[in-house]
Design a protein around this ligand. Structure first.
Ligand code: C2E
Ligand code: MG
Ligand code: MG
Ligand code: MG
Length: 293
């Protein structure tokens, strides 16, 4: 796993190239090469936000879009977050970068509202560094105000281990975010530390079933059972459930049958630039009016 390799390499210091196996050396070389470029990327306006729809599983209508960062690298093309966010995090720039995404996403949400699209939520991923950064709640509040976005239309996606690892620091921040009126979603549920009891304690309104659990539906009966259990448990706690990584018709049929509330994945659409998402919304409106879903 590239992320782990980067972290491990960083832990041991950057001058020990000779001690690593070749693939680790490559990871370090990549890291050393990208770091200075990443430090300038925000200023050079090289980050882009892509948007991926989340649909209501029973009606097919859009319920939200997730904002996902990309890096338009000058020579290497569009880079996915897995290749550069670990470095951004290591060099301590996750807060400015993440806050930039949040700002962009709110701005775009208002553009869609102004263009007359039906209301849908905008979901933004929030990293541990960012959520625990000083003044984060104030920044969120000010950003909503600046763009005139209703707090209820912003959803912050957080992964469970942040909240577990930094429980004491994170708990009050989550509570303050809820007081602002923004929605909270637990991302990648079913991986890592996931303990079902946390669901009850966290002030979240939504659970996102991780794509690793969705991937092998319907071939893996265990994954089916876990997905079914997560949906049932979430519903018993009055939480909305969104399944990530929905790629096949069979997965969609299964998830709808199990009353999963929302679907997100390549079957519906890939993450795409905002203007392409607008085109997709236009087409979708026509399809839905013909009851094709
Ligand atoms: P995530 O929040 O769990 O986002 C879902 C990821 O699954 C996205 O990858 C999306 O492109 C991918 N995906 C969606 N549907 C499918 C599908 O049907 N099949 C498969 N195989 N994959 C699918 P992406 O865009 O590469 O982002 C990866 C991760 O990077 C995100 O996972 C999130 O943890 C992080 N990330 C992305 N943007 C941001 C950001 O602005 N801030 C922070 N803190 N993290 C971000
Ligand atoms: Mg997410
Ligand atoms: Mg996820
Ligand atoms: Mg993920």
């Amino acid at each position: 796993n590239a992320d782990t390799a980067v972290h491990r390499a960083k832990d041991r210091g950057r001058n020990n190239y000779a001690f690593y196996r070749p693939e680790q050396t490559e990871v370090i070389e990549q890291w050393v090469r990208l770091e200075p470029e990443l430090r300038k990327a925000l200023k050079l306006n090289q980050f882009k936000v892509y948007y991926q729809p989340q649909i209501d599983a029973s009606t097919g209508r859009i319920s939200g879009v997730e904002a996902l960062i990309r890096w338009q690298h000058p020579t290497e093309g569009m880079m996915p977050p897995a290749l550069f966010l670990p470095i951004v995090e290591e060099i301590g720039l996750m807060t400015p970068v993440g806050n930039w995404v949040l700002e962009e996403a709110c701005k775009q949400a208002i553009r869609w509202q102004t263009a007359g699209y039906p209301e849908f939520r905008i979901a933004v991923n929030i990293d541990g560094q960012q959520i625990l950064s000083k003044g984060f709640v104030e920044f969120v509040g000010a950003t909503l105000k600046r763009h005139g976005l209703k707090p209820d239309l912003l959803e912050l996606e957080i992964v469970e281990n942040i909240v577990v690892k930094h429980a004491d620091a994170a708990r009050p921040v989550l509570a303050q975010l809820r007081e602002l009126g923004v929605r909270l979603a637990l991302d990648d549920f079913g991986t890592g530390y996931s303990s079902l009891s946390y669901l009850k304690m966290l002030p979240v309104q939504k659970v996102k079933i991780d794509q690793s659990l969705v991937r092998d539906i319907p071939s893996d009966p265990n994954d089916e059972a876990i997905a079914r259990a997560v949906i049932a448990l979430s519903h018993s706690l009055n939480l909305t459930v969104c399944a990530e990584g929905v790629e096949t018709q069979e997965q969609k049929v299964f998830l709808r049958r199990e009353n999963c509330d929302q679907l997100q994945g390549y079957l519906i659409n890939r993450p795409i630039p905002a203007d392409q998402l607008s085109d997709w919304l236009d087409q979708q409106a026509i399809l839905l009016s013909d009851h094709i879903f």
